[in-house]
Ligand binder design. Structure first.
Ligand SMILES: Cc1cc2nc3c(=O)[nH]c(=O)nc-3n(C[C@H](O)[C@H](O)[C@H](O)COP(=O)(O)OP(=O)(O)OC[C@H]3O[C@@H](n4cnc5c(N)ncnc54)[C@H](O)[C@@H]3O)c2cc1C
Length: 369
């Protein structure tokens, strides 16, 4: 049975640990630098369940993954993982052609502007095209993360927090484990890069050519307002000025879809983005243009060059395995990501379109050095 070290305790790491445990692979240790799991992107995201993406392979993968969210194993969570408030995708005239193209592979219901406005009366932006997904909405992130963690621990996976990896132990084209910040060295057959925005830096230092780019995105929660109906759907608007919003904590969680490239060690809030969000709120949700700000924060979405996930062994460095580049879909696709990673770590060859499409060999670009 292979010994496996997972570096990172976000959703990529805990879902991989959970599905390894379910397969009976028990010589598994998860290492997380922070005192708590899910401190970074997996605890800072918008929790939107949306399966339609620009890529048909990722959309099919997201739909299959969402089945797990709708109907997890009986002992996974004491509460539902999804609140199906509905998801309304809209586009203005400038974004209509793109959304129409995406919708060719969509299981959403096409709506005219009037029907769309009836579902989301607070959204006053221009609507040229709309598509409705009744089963989608909000994911309970805390319950999802807790279910993976509990299941992994019960299957015998060791989870160590406050255990930062300083570097991978690499020599002769092989990674044989990690060195922790306190100097301890751990050996393994597989070292799994599930370290989100930091994965690319760690892997590259060990000789990998897998390229990853972290991009910063901000979210803003408006102050509570009695006129907000908690049952309103998620509204995701496409066009030159993309924007999404959903009810949260008595206010609205809003996003201006910013995506500046960022150094993972310098991902801090930029006040200029608050202005951008305010402009988009004024345009799309004018009734809330003067709403106060309850909170404003940012996190990283990390991408491969073709925006598809990187799940599988490194093409050049033996012993190195990737579960990274989850972009903006890591929470929706959590179950599929963990299941695919576990199957490949268990030695199964890639057998599905997604397994091939996500194989890291395709994103190993220019030679290192
Ligand atoms: C603003 C925002 C909104 C989003 N909205 C959605 C959404 O609505 N729906 C959706 O599906 N997805 C969404 N996403 C994307 C989703 O959050 C990510 O795809 C997902 O969280 C990535 O998980 P991860 O485990 O790869 O990364 P992370 O959650 O960042 O986990 C990586 C972990 O690795 C640890 N680590 C790093 N370096 C080391 C080291 N050297 N040693 C040990 N540990 C280390 C970190 O501390 C961290 O805990 C959003 C993201 C952002 C930023």
């Amino acid at each position: 049975m292979p010994r496996i070290l997972i570096v990172g305790g976000g959703v990529a790491g805990v879902s991989t640990a959970y599905f390894l445990g379910r397969r009976g692979l028990r010589d598994v240790v998860l290492l997380e630098r922070e005192p708590l799991l899910g401190t970074h992107s997996s605890g800072k995201n918008a929790a939107v369940l949306r399966t339609l993406t620009s890529d048909p392979v990722t959309t099919a993968f997201a739909r299959a993954s969402a089945d797990f969210l709708h109907a997890p194993p009986p002992d996974f969570s004491p509460v539902p993982l999804v609140e199906s408030s509905g998801l309304l995708l809209t586009a203005d005239a400038a974004g209509a052609a793109e959304l129409e193209r995406w919708c060719e592979t969509s299981d959403g219901e096409r709506l005219g502007p009037e029907a769309a406005r009836a579902l989301a009366p607070h959204h006053e932006g221009e609507i040229a095209v709309a598509s409705w997904f009744a089963r989608e909405g909000r994911i309970d992130i805390a319950a999802l993360m807790a279910g993976f963690e509990r299941g992994a621990r019960e299957a015998g996976v060791e989870i160590r927090t406050a255990a930062g990896v300083e570097r991978l132990l690499a020599d002769g084209g092989r990674v044989r484990g990690v060195r922790l910040l306190d100097g301890e060295e751990l050996e393994a057959d597989w070292t799994v890069m599930a370290s989100g925005g930091w994965a690319g830096v760690l892997g590259r230092a060990a000789g990998s050519r897998v390229a990853l780019t972290p991009r910063r995105r901000h979210l803003l929660n408006t102050a509570p307002d009695a006129t907000i109906d908690a049952r309103w759907p998620v509204v995701w608007h496409h066009g030159p000025e993309p924007f999404y919003a959903r009810p949260e904590s008595g206010g609205l969680l809003v996003c201006g879809c910013d995506q500046a490239e960022v150094d993972p060690d310098r991902c801090v809030e930029d006040a200029a983005v608050k202005e951008l969000v305010a402009e988009r709120v004024a345009k799309n949700l004018p009734s809330f243009a003067d709403a106060g700000v309850a909170s404003f924060w940012c996190g990283m979405r990390t991408f491969t060059p073709d925006d598809r996930f990187a799940i599988g062994p490194d093409p050049d460095v033996a012993g190195l395995f990737w579960v990274a580049g989850l972009g903006g879909h890591g929470m929706v696709c959590a179950a599929g990501v963990g299941e695919l990673a576990a199957s490949r770590l268990a030695g199964e060859p890639p057998s599905t379109p997604a397994a091939h499409a996500f194989d890291p060999s395709r994103v190993a670009g220019t030679p290192v050095g």
